[in-house]
Design a protein around this ligand. Structure first.
Ligand SMILES: NC(=O)c1ccc[n+]([C@@H]2O[C@H](COP(=O)([O-])OP(=O)(O)OC[C@H]3O[C@@H](n4cnc5c(N)ncnc54)[C@H](O)[C@@H]3O)[C@@H](O)[C@H]2O)c1
Length: 249
């Protein structure tokens, strides 16, 4: 059993499907959590989730932040410093996934996807690095779209591809004290792929050899493993969690 007692996790996109699972897994392993997502005026509703997870409010705090805003990420770091004095684990998980062909993609559509999925990760990592202790760990989230491309998702695919090389570069910069790895999910059953499920139905899982969608907890457990001492000699790596979608022809 992994033990995160006394460790501090900062997680963005914390009220999403995968984010909530990561929060639950780390909470159950004893960690203190700084959970962040868009604020109450958005559809996020992250504060309600935090009250459910930790009614005592002793181990979990919710901090609204828009990761596209540098100031929000800096403010997030300030909360971590004031409340816990440090961060042990950073998972910059916020993301958006919109369908659009390149030919008809507006500048705004391109920029928004890059802003959230790539610049947001940069903003969070830069703000948190001074708070990360030796023995700490960053786990970024990319996608099978980064490796194989994705029809109607060139902007998403490009951002997630950049996350791979950003994370490897950061692993070199932060060694030997801090490990940096990436988890690359395939199709995971969350709100993010709801529109594709509605459109494509059961055929959506056909290319996946395990013939089902992944569950958010199956991603969260790999994130926890990579943060833990069980992964103490792993850095700059990418772990595929996609039921074989990556290797399928
Ligand atoms: N679900 C999948 O199939 C899948 C596959 C591969 C990769 N991923 C990646 O996993 C991560 C989590 O995805 P998910 O499936 O939980 O999606 P989700 O849509 O359920 O959650 C994403 C969360 O990010 C938040 N967010 C969006 N824009 C933000 C911003 N500007 N600032 C702060 N928060 C913002 C949303 O409010 C939401 O809570 C994402 O990075 C996603 O790209 C998901």
């Amino acid at each position: 059993m992994l033990d995160f007692n006394g460790k501090v996790l900062l997680l963005t996109g914390a009220n999403g499907g995968i984010g909530r699972s990561i929060a639950k897994v780390f909470f159950d392993l004893g960690a203190h959590l700084v959970l962040s997502d868009l604020g109450e005026d958005s559809s996020s509703g992250g504060e309600g989730f935090v009250r459910e997870l930790d009614p005592s409010g002793r181990r979990v705090v919710f901090v609204p932040a828009d990761v596209t805003q540098r100031e929000d990420c800096d403010a997030l770091a300030k909360v971590c410093r004031e409340r816990f004095g440090r961060v042990d684990f950073l998972v910059p998980g916020a993301g958006i996934y919109r369908d659009q062909l390149v030919e008809t993609m507006s500048d705004d559509q391109w920029r928004q996807t890059i802003e959230v999925n790539l610049n947001g990760v940069f903003h969070c990592c830069r703000a948190m690095i001074p708070l990360l202790r030796d023995g700490g760990s960053i786990v970024t989230l990319t996608s099978v779209a980064a490796h194989r491309g994705s029809y109607q998702h060139a902007h998403y695919s490009a951002a997630k591809g950049a996350i791979l090389s950003f994370s490897r570069s950061l692993a070199l910069e932060l060694a030997p004290g801090i490990r940096v790895n990436t988890v690359s999910p395939g199709l995971i059953e969350t709100g993010m792929i709801q529109h594709r499920l509605e459109k494509e139905g059961a055929s959506l899982v056909e290319p996946t050899p395990l013939r089902r969608l992944g569950q958010p907890e199956e991603v969260a457990k790999v994130v926890a493993f990579l943060c833990s001492d069980w992964a103490s000699f792993i850095t700059g790596e990418t772990v595929q969690v996609n039921g074989g979608l990556y290797i399928a022809g």
